[in-house]
Design a protein around this ligand. Structure first.
Ligand code: SAH
Length: 254
């Protein structure tokens, strides 16, 4: 059984209890060394063999898994955040299916959730945006039809942009071209939840320069939308006049 584990955004205490138990029991660990905080592995067994997948191709990763399985060793594959978001995770599962090797997936805290947490923000604000778009810029790998930033910007949703911090000028230009006001608030969070985390706050007009000034070139998320501002409606869920399944609303006084 291979265990795919979401390591969370950085802070080792944001690993799930199940993920930690499996890492601590593993004989073979394959981890995404470019992004996973090595402290996440700190409880590993003495003698556990550790591979950094940043230096390996898909065949090599699968070979390590297959060998571990044949030798009856416990193998974990540790991804940053949650494996289901830009984890290149599905192709590994499909290869294991073809080999008849069983696996399980232990979810993790994605960096987009770590980012909302360190910003003290909520992506879904009543009356402002009830939709969150997770996406990336077209870079070395193309985007499917209809998914360019200009297309997605039309929705005025809360947007989280992965993997694209090197293209801030094009990113902000495309978002404005797509329909966001130049004054729309933007936050860039570098290494959310790590000790060297940095937060840069601005608008679509000035964020690119601020990010350059801060020297941020990788491992950062850009979040865009009015959810970062202070105007919104209060929720119905906790409205004292609103009746829910669990709670009777009060009568309004005339
Ligand atoms: N599976 C991961 C994402 C992998 S793609 C997840 O769920 O978070 C890698 C990109 O994720 C990075 O380029 C960066 O945009 C973002 N990222 C990962 N960890 C981050 C962190 N701690 N802070 C900010 N962005 C992060």
């Amino acid at each position: 059984m291979i265990s795919f584990i979401g390591a969370g955004p950085g802070d080792p205490e944001l690993l799930t209890i199940k993920g930690k138990r499996l890492i601590d029991d593993a004989d073979v660990i394959i981890y995404a060394g470019s992004l996973v905080n090595p402290d996440v592995l700190s409880g590993h067994k003495e003698g556990a063999v550790i591979h950094n997948s940043a230096l390996m191709n898909l065949d090599e990763v699968i070979d390590v898994m297959e060998k571990a399985e044949k030798e009856g060793k416990k193998c974990v594959r540790v991804h940053t955040g949650d494996p289901a978001i830009y984890g290149a995770h599905r192709e590994q599962m499909d290869r294991l299916d073809a080999l008849g090797i069983a696996y399980e997936v232990i979810p993790g805290v994605s960096s987009f959730l770590g980012t909302a947490a360190v910003l003290n923000k909520e992506y879904t604000m009543p009356g402002k945006s009830q939709t969150v778009i997770l996406t990336r810029m077209e870079g070395r790998t193309p985007m499917p039809p209809g998914e360019k930033l200009v297309d997605l910007a039309k929705h005025h949703a809360s947007m989280v942009i992965f993997l694209s911090i090197g293209f801030m000028d094009e990113m902000t230009a495309q978002l404005m071209e797509g329909g966001y006001e130049p004054t729309t608030p933007v936050a860039v969070v570098y290494k959310a939840t790590w000790p060297d985390q940095k937060i840069v706050i601005g608008t679509l007009e000035d964020i690119a320069q601020k990010v350059k000034d801060a020297g941020i070139r990788k491992t950062a998320l850009t979040v865009v939308g009015d959810f970062l501002g202070d105007e919104y409606e209060l929720s119905k869920l906790y409205d004292k006049y609103f009746t829910t399944e669990f709670r009777q609303g009060q009568e309004r006084e005339e």
